[in-house]
Design a protein around this ligand. Structure first.
Ligand code: ZN
Length: 144
């Protein structure tokens, strides 16, 4: 059966947390670590990130579970460009250092770390965006 990427986690423990949540719902998942495959290919393991893969026919259930656990905003799961539901939540490439700096700053400011360094990627049109939109309604106007 075909597997699809549900989410990419920066930290392995996040991936295991999600995997455990999925298991509770009887959804099988596989963790794929970029580092492991790079090491096997003899490459320097500079990329981090753990992909959580689920079977294609369980993707919707898995995504709904993440929504319920507020791992992604509820109902806001559509690409603003093409309204595809095939979007992923990933840490922005090249923002790891800034993410660490922001985490340190937020510690100093005793504020909870934000999610400003995460973004969504649409699998269908390739758009990158900060916020997914809800199901397409009456009229989608750009209101700022
Ligand atoms: Zn799209």
């Amino acid at each position: 059966m075909k597997t699809v990427r549900l989410i990419t986690c920066e930290e392995p423990f996040q991936a295991r947390l999600i995997q455990g949540a999925l298991e509770n719902e009887g959804i099988a998942s596989v963790l794929h670590n970029e580092n492991t495959s790079n090491v096997l290919r003899g490459l320097t393991p500079t990329i981090t990130g753990v992909d959580v893969l689920v079977y294609e026919d369980e993707y919707d259930r898995a995504l709904a579970l993440l929504e319920r656990n507020q791992m992604i905003p509820e109902q806001l799961r559509y690409c603003p460009q093409c309204h595809s539901p095939h979007i992923r939540y990933v840490l922005k490439k090249g923002h790891r250092l800034r993410a660490v700096v922001a985490a340190v700053l937020s510690l100093l400011a005793t504020a909870p770390p934000g999610t400003a360094h995460w973004e969504y990627v649409c699998d269908d049109c390739g758009a990158r965006f900060d916020r997914p939109v809800g199901r397409k309604k009456e009229k989608d106007t750009d209101t700022e």
